[in-house]
Design a protein around this ligand. Sequence first.
Ligand SMILES: Cc1cc2nc3c(=O)[nH]c(=O)nc-3n(C[C@H](O)[C@H](O)[C@H](O)COP(=O)(O)OP(=O)(O)OC[C@H]3O[C@@H](n4cnc5c(N)ncnc54)[C@H](O)[C@@H]3O)c2cc1C
Length: 323
Amino acid sequence: MALPVAIIGAGLAGISAARALIARGQAVQIFDKGRGPGGRLATRRIEAEGRKLQFDHGAQYLRAEGAGFAAALAEAGTAPWPDTQRRVGVPSMSAVPRALLGDISWVASRHVGQITGHPGAWMLRHWDARLVRPGEPLPASAPEEAGPFAAVLLTMPAIQAREVLGHNAPSLHDALGAIRYAPCWTVMAAFNAPLPLPQTLRPEAHAIGWAARDSSKPGREAAQENWVIQAGPAWTRAHLELSAEDIAAPLLTALAGFSAAPLPAPFMAVAHRWRYSLLEAPLGEPCLWDNTVRIGYASDGCIGGRAEAAWDSGAALAARVLA
Ligand SMILES: Cc1cc2nc3c(=O)[nH]c(=O)nc-3n(C[C@H](O)[C@H](O)[C@H](O)COP(=O)(O)OP(=O)(O)OC[C@H]3O[C@@H](n4cnc5c(N)ncnc54)[C@H](O)[C@@H]3O)c2cc1C
């Protein structure tokens, strides 16, 4: 293909697709609305009380079942945590997508809102991501335009992909409707003293779905006591539209229920709402590709709800594009 392929999304699926295409000599151009790459493989940095804190508030650990993702995790310099089967980025989870992207250039902080043009010469309209609010119409300001592109690959949660797709590939649009994600409220909290709790908690049928001493991961500030507390899907749904300020207190109370002694108050606690977190209903196919219009879709939503599934889906889509 003489023209480049556009990839919307620099999460694991987008990075994997990009690497596979570039390896076969196909030029790509990647766009992401985030300031850094990685999507849900994310690290939040916060300064509080004069201290620099960090929290992996998206994916907690990575596990490779297949050789492809195992090789990627080795290349990205991941280390085992909290056991030998699971791995994390060092010194942060966001180091993984950065390492895998390497020197592939990408366009940051741009929200792609529309695909225009026609098959074989697609154009993308993109806006400053700070101006775009989820669920609201695209900004009235004029977008920038990029293209033409030989093909367009969408690599984000299915609901977001449908918004960008518009009427350009009706078969894809319909198929994406089958994919559903659970939301997840996540609290990041920092304490002055160690909590009398194990490194990780994964209770069943509880407000908390997962909690972990994030600062115990390899390469972190071991003197810090930073926790990531993720609510389970039922609790998150019941509290989805609360403001972030109202989320930390009930989840910290729930965490205290696992300790025999009262827990100290954190000196910093903030909440983040993931509207699309773990997968509840997958597509059941490795990826989607409409060869007539040359638009495709890859993400964890296709096969599995885990980082490895996103990686494999991106590679599967690249293979379809090149076939
Ligand atoms: C709270 C939480 C906990 C998790 N825990 C784990 C775990 O422990 N282990 C595990 O394996 N997996 C876990 N996951 C799932 C894992 O993070 C995902 O499977 C994986 O990161 C998905 O990668 P992706 O590339 O498919 O999508 P994403 O990572 O969502 O990447 C999509 C990218 O597209 C960008 N984007 C979206 N729309 C646009 C647009 N219009 N214009 C431009 N850019 C756009 C986004 O900014 C994002 O960077 C967790 C996820 C969450 C949210």
